[in-house]
Ligand binder design. Structure first.
Ligand code: KG4
Ligand code: ZN
Length: 334
């Protein structure tokens, strides 16, 4: 059956909409919010207000761009969680209203599952089962993916997410928010062995990034006390060393997960998977470990409605529809 699904993503600070036609993404429009830059992080109340102003123009644009009429839509999908409550409320309420007005099914999507399912947008697509390292500003997870709608978290952070560690380190270095891409940029010309940071010991497949955040804070404080220009003089080396440590920590547990499960189909997803060194390291490992690796296109790594649309396609085929009474869930789990 010919179908068009409209998907809306509003979990954090990007208002995004996408249309998928019979499982093929037609477009993926993202309105980012610059309002948070001066605060050095996302301000939830401002994010929610910006979603309110952006959502109608973004949805109108995506429908017009797809050259369809709203009456041709077969379903409306939205991010139910996890995310910021005020932000999720805007997308959820809008989707519910539109589904009701058009009298079509509503599909709720878990944002973290959608990051994983972004792998089915373009070729090559992973074969089941595969492991997905999902790394973002709010999450760090190793997900065992058995099927499109059957996945389980087998390892995760016990405190901060790796994206938070990137952003916090960047803040300490005086770099603007979000700091992950800035660290990536400076690290390109730096020596990753210039500075060492301590190991953290967390059992099983879990992670902890709070210790390294503190270690970076003390390291910079001590060095700046000796030379107040330490950061400007060594920015490239500091960024390269921090980035290398964070990536080492991520890969240590990924190797362990692959050994323990015997799975060699390995994918990465989420905002931090846009990191150039992380992508390079995975490609190197593909050769040295005989892994089949899967890296999504840049535009589908950070938050976007394309991945919500892809997840919605699978739920549409499985007829997993939502009641109109559904509420957002900021702590929704896989
Ligand atoms: O998935 P995402 O867009 O939003 C959340 O769901 O959190 O991830 C955002 C995170 C931020 O912490 C940002 O600094 C990080 O992804 N990020 C990067 C890079 N691009 C985005 N971290 C390191 N290197 C990058 N190139
Ligand atoms: Zn995300």
């Amino acid at each position: 059956m010919d179908n068009y699904i409209l998907a809306i993503e509003s979990s954090c600070d990007d208002t995004s909409a996408s249309i998928i036609h019979n499982g093929k993404i037609i477009n993926n429009i993202i309105a980012s919010q610059d309002v948070h830059k001066i605060y050095g992080g996302v301000v939830p109340e401002l994010a929610s207000r910006a979603h309110q102003s952006n959502i109608v123009p973004v949805v109108d644009l995506v429908v017009a761009d797809a050259k369809i009429d709203k009456s041709m839509l077969s379903a409306i999908a939205f991010t139910r969680g996890p995310g910021l409550l005020g932000s999720l409320l805007v997308g959820t309420s809008f989707a519910k209203g539109m589904a009701m007005a058009l009298n079509i099914p509503l599909i709720s999507i878990n944002h973290m599952e959608a990051h994983v399912l972004a792998h089915f947008i373009d070729d090559p697509k992973p074969e089941f089962p595969f492991l997905c390292l999902t790394v973002s500003g709010g999450h760090t997870q190793i997900v065992l993916v058995n099927d499109y709608l059957d996945m389980e978290v087998i390892g995760q952070t016990v405190d901060d997410a790796v994206g938070e560690a990137f952003d916090k380190a960047a803040k300490l270095l005086g770099l603007p928010y979000p700091g992950g891409p800035m660290i990536d940029k400076y690290a390109k010309q730096g020596n990753q062995d210039a500075y060492q940071f301590p190991d953290t010991n967390v059992p099983g497949l879990n992670y902890s990034f709070s210790g390294i955040k503190t270690a970076i804070l003390y390291f910079l404080r001590d060095e700046v006390a000796k030379d107040k220009h330490f950061i400007e003089k060594n920015m490239h080396d500091i960024c390269a060393s921090i980035q290398a440590k964070l990536i080492d920590m991520l890969f240590d547990k990924l190797y362990k997960a692959s050994r323990e499960t015997g799975i060699c189909n390995i994918a990465i997803a989420g905002g931090v998977s846009a990191n150039s060194q992380l992508r390079k390291r995975l490609q190197e490992d593909a050769k040295s470990r005989n892994w089949k690796t899967f890296i999504p296109d840049f535009q589908y790594c950070t938050d976007n409605a394309g991945m919500i649309a892809m997840a919605a396609h699978f739920k549409f085929l499985a007829k997993q529809f939502e009641e109109l009474t559904v509420a957002p869930d900021p702590r929704l789990k896989i």
